[in-house]
Design a protein around this ligand. Sequence first.
Ligand SMILES: [Zn+2]
Length: 157
Amino acid sequence: MKASREYRIAFRGLSDGSHDFHWEVGKSFFESDPDSGIRDASISVDMTLTKSNRLFELNFVIKGRLTVGCDRCLDDLELGLDINHPLIVRESERGEESNDDILFITSSDYELDMAQIVYELILLSMPMRKVHDDGQCNEEMMERFKDIIVDEAEEDL
Ligand SMILES: [Zn+2]
């Protein structure tokens, strides 16, 4: 995940009311985490931050597409993204655990790192099983994959 300054919001300095943010998320956003399995991405993120006293409400609208590997044939599989996710940010000194719906910060925090939040929202939205529709898998890739498995089995003998 790209830990770039552009995703950090110095929220203390914002006035009360609504503030709109926009980011374009591409392939490079995921490159520092090879485990994400994301091969390509073209995603737009719109976030509205509504600030009032000690409470913030964030609303994320994330749309676009991701390319991952198909679990069955390993060929590229494109997934559409259409996420609409509200998140409450609340100041608390009691060490409560943040979750998908609420993010706790302390009075010493002065920045919010949106990259981490956006990254998690995208990963959470992906299906557990990522496969092409029936009959849409790349037969050639599956044939090749099958040969590799057979070769490995023969080497073991
Ligand atoms: Zn497939």
